[in-house]
Design a protein. Structure first.
Lengths: 86, 286
């Protein structure tokens, strides 16, 4: 199969029942009908298993933020700088 | 005061690295770190703090000397490897080491003549800075409301006294000869030791610090015998200093944003929101 974007050669992979074509040249990915939905469903299942908030081992204050376990997204520059300053 | 002057004092020829240039000037010159303290530093207090640090072997990096240069007090230190933001990406922060070192520090007696720990006075200073920065009223209002929440705030009566670092954050540990040590005794003193845990506690309560990291830090502190907070209900002691640090961090971040003419970034906004919740929780409990 030829890449619809750059005309490179597409290589086929099978991952957990999802059929994926990836271009060797531009690394673009082509999904068959319904496979994006399959991936989204699998991601949601994975997230449910792995991102469940841990039980508050040591409690917290009445005014504490609700914790949802998405901490990777907060690691902006200002936050990291704050860890190191008085 | 220039970096070159400090390097010369350290007897170093060659390139130097400026580690910090704020109220203090800190440079690395070869195997030494040289720190010029603020011009208004109390020499007697600094000498007592340096002597205390020298006695805290295995807990704090020991100073090598105290000099005077152009009217400034200058201290010399063995160069350790500081933790950097890049280290966090690779291995995460050494929260366990931080918790354990603070627990060991807190178990030591307060040496006679040591001044009070330097944490609490930073809060009113940060609020004065906020007032002078021209931050919009909508930003400043929740911070001022949180500051006005009832005692014990900050470090109120009945707070247990002990030896405290006074200014702990991740920039205050270095690896020296393979072991993590606390640095910077400039705020070391007697006081409410829970203040040393209050900055991470404030980050956690603002939703910035991952609960798992906070748990690692607090668990390591308690497992190493830390007594500034109770194991069963650590927030009994943490609540007041964590509120104080939330106010301080929010005020500092809001003042910096106002001076830069920029809106609050995500971290600053999270801290200002936490101030709003502090004020709301206090109103709800009246």
């Amino acid at each position: 199969m030829e890449c619809p974007k750059c005309r490179g050669r597409m290589r086929t992979f099978d991952r957990n029942g999802v059929h994926i074509e990836q271009c060797d040249n531009c690394r673009g990915i082509f999904l068959d009908y319904g496979e994006l939905e399959t991936l989204s469903r699998m991601e949601a299942q994975w997230a449910q298993q792995h991102y469940a908030p841990p039980p508050p081992a040591h409690g917290g204050p009445a005014w504490g933020a609700p914790h949802h376990g998405h901490y990777g997204h907060h690691r902006g520059h200002s936050w990291v700088g704050m860890l190191f300053s008085s | 005061m220039r970096a070159d002057d400090l390097a010369r004092l350290a007897g170093h020829r060659g390139p130097v690295t400026v580690l910090k240039d704020t109220r203090v000037l800190v440079v690395r010159a070869g195997d030494l770190v040289v720190k010029a303290h603020p011009p208004d530093t109390d020499e007697g207090a600094l000498r007592v703090r340096l002597a205390a640090a020298r006695e805290l072997s295995g807990i704090m990096l020991p100073p090598l000397g105290l000099e005077r240069l152009d009217g400034r007090l200058v201290t010399l230190w063995p160069a350790g490897e500081p933790l950097t933001p890049a280290d966090l990406d690779e291995d995460g922060a050494p929260w366990e080491a931080g918790g354990r070192l603070l627990a060991l520090l807190h178990a030591r007696p307060v040496p006679p003549g040591l001044p009070p720990a330097g944490g609490p006075p930073r809060v009113p200073r940060a609020l004065a800075d906020l007032a002078a920065s021209g931050a919009p009223a909508a930003v400043a209002a929740p911070i001022l409301k949180a500051y006005a929440t009832p005692a014990p705030f900050p470090g109120g009566a009945g707070a247990p006294d002990g030896l405290a670092h006074g200014d702990w954050h991740l920039g205050q540990i270095v690896r020296h000869r393979g072991e993590w040590l606390l640095i910077d005794p400039d705020d070391l003193g007697g006081g409410d030791r829970a203040w040393d845990l209050a900055r991470p506690a404030a980050w956690y309560a603002a939703g910035l610090l991952d609960p798992a990291d906070w748990n690692r830090f607090l668990s390591a502190y308690l497992e190493a015998g830390g007594t500034a907070v109770s194991a069963g209900d650590p927030w009994r002691e943490l609540d007041a200093p964590a509120r104080a640090l939330t106010v301080q961090l929010a005020a500092t971040a809001a003042a910096a944003a106002a001076r830069a003419g920029e809106p609050l970034d995500e971290a600053a906004a999270a801290l200002v929101s936490a101030c709003g919740r502090i004020a709301a929780a206090a109103e709800a409990s009246i």
